[in-house]
Design a protein around this ligand. Structure first.
Ligand code: G3H
Length: 478
């Protein structure tokens, strides 16, 4: 109806002076669902300026008060889970139940982060000089953690609320201010989430949310001299950002090609259910999705059969009906997935199901007998398409995992704990799950990627630490 959602700056909801908007296409209907402001570079400048001023006062606000406001925001967020989840359903076609879970998980994240921050930042270190050769006990060093300043948070479309709060909460508890640039798909859910922080009563300018086209304000934001740290989750754009960003800390999570190694002695029912959950939840649009199965040839037939019987039970359709497989986020994403599928077809992969697509909706497909010359063996589809590579030795599986550009997570299924440990050690990925599909949560666990999967480590504690720097005060005795 022409209504354009306002952006959030200086503690107020505003219209952009550009007079322009950006449309958000509903992946299911493929029609414009919402519109957000196309903010200008001047508006970015204003947000940065107020973020800098607000941060100075916020850093002096007692830690327990900062935590109190975060607890309040968490409660408001949970109270408003229904309307926020509805936006997720319309903007990114997240299945209805998963959309609610995302908001609840986000509220829990904010509360946990407030508690963790109070404990972690409430203590420092005390050192004395006489442990280093040549020194008397004449210097006392008091070490504490201080905020970085203005944090720029750029979350991806697949968790516009959760991966936004996982940057906002650590930033704020540590005494930083925060500028959020939400993904276009998911921007309205993010604006609703920001409104919960607004209702909680954070000081003006401490949090801002600027919307618009990445092509117009993306580089301007990430290269802005007022930014003291960037926390980004997404795709290749992160690599480009890291090349352009100045000398500031970066926290980046840039996707994965999580391998699932299956040994002969594995519980194949357990493997099959984890492949379904890991490979097809939210239609495979998770950086931690199982993206390649590496199964020992001797059990491959049985495993593929078990997975196929579960694929047949997946409900395909609109997110409103809480289907398992819903339309992927955009037409270009669906086209990209289709390109990988066609490449595999042309090179002789076995299609366990017929490939079927209607608009952005792609039916789940398991591709057996995938070989390393196929693009799908290496690239991440971010869709409901899962390749199976049959291996003749564990080393072959480990080699495939380590030859990938990505190194986010991985998993190994076996009943032999010794083998599980050896393989986990040998797999060069940020996290290896033994006998379960990869996953980021529980959200206080460290979460990090190797190689092109990212820089730095997340998880509540690591994010708080990452968004602070060390300050020492040395008392010199006469
Ligand atoms: O898409 C990237 C997310 O960090 C994955 O999170 O494992 O909770 O789905 P998840």
């Amino acid at each position: 109806d022409g209504e354009v959602y306002k952006y959030y700056s200086e503690g107020e909801w505003k219209k952009s002076s550009s007079g322009k908007s950006v449309g958000i296409i509903n992946p299911t209907t493929r029609k414009t669902q919402y519109k957000v402001q196309a903010c200008t570079q001047q508006e970015v400048n204003k947000v940065m300026e107020t973020a800098k001023t607000a941060q100075k006062a916020w850093a002096k606000t007692p830690l327990w008060k900062r935590a109190g406001l975060l607890h309040k925001a968490a409660a408001i967020l949970k109270e408003h889970k229904a309307p926020i989840a509805e936006c997720l359903v319309k903007e990114i076609a997240k299945p209805a139940k998963d959309a609610v879970t995302e908001v609840v998980r986000s509220g829990d994240f904010v509360s946990y982060c407030a508690e963790e921050g109070v404990r972690l930042l409430g203590q420092g270190t005390f050192l004395t000089s006489d442990s280093f050769p040549g020194n008397e006990r004449s210097k006392y060093c008091l070490v504490s953690k201080i905020p970085l300043g203005v944090i720029l948070a750029i979350p991806p479309f697949n968790y516009p609320v959760n991966l936004a709060v996982s940057k906002i909460a650590p930033a704020l508890i540590a005494g930083n201010s925060l500028v959020l640039k939400p993904p276009t798909q998911g921007a309205v859910a993010a604006l609703h989430m920001v409104h919960c922080f607004h209702l909680a009563g954070f000081p003006k300018g401490l949090i801002s949310c600027i919307t618009g086209k990445g092509s117009e304000i993306g580089d301007f934001l990430t290269m802005h001299p007022g930014v003291n740290c960037i926390s980004f989750t997404g795709g290749d754009t992160g690599i480009a950002i890291s090349k352009k960003a100045g000398m500031i800390p970066l926290q980046m999570e840039l996707g994965g090609k999580d391998a699932c190694i299956v040994l002969e002695d594995a519980d194949l029912d357990l493997v099959a259910s984890n492949i379904i959950k890991g490979g097809f939840s939210y239609s495979g649009q998770r950086c931690t999705a199982v993206k390649v199965v590496l199964v020992m040839e001797s059990v491959a037939d049985t495993l593929v059969e078990k997975v196929n019987s579960k694929v047949a039970k997946l409900k395909v359709g609109p997110p409103e009906d809480d289907c398992d497989i819903t339309p992927v986020v955009s037409e270009s994403s669906a086209n990209f997935i289709e390109g990988l599928v066609m490449d595999a077809k042309q090179k002789g992969a076995t299609f366990c199901q017929e490939y079927k697509r209607e608009g952005n909706l792609i039916w789940p497909v398991l591709l057996d007998n995938v070989r390393p010359d196929m693009r799908i063996a290496w690239e991440e589809p971010f869709g409901p398409v899962l390749p199976v590579i049959r291996i003749n030795s564990v080393e072959e599986g480990i080699h495939h995992c380590n030859a990938s550009n990505f190194g986010l997570q991985g998993c190994v299924f076996t009943r032999d704990i010794n083998k599980a440990m050896l393989i986990s050690d040998a797999m060069e990925s940020g996290t290896i799950q033994i006998n379960s599909a990869p996953a980021r949560g529980p959200d206080h666990f460290p979460f990090q990627g190797l190689r092109d999967s990212g820089i730095g480590s997340q998880g509540i504690t690591n994010s708080i630490n990452m968004m602070t720097k060390i300050k020492s005060i040395v008392i010199n005795l006469p």
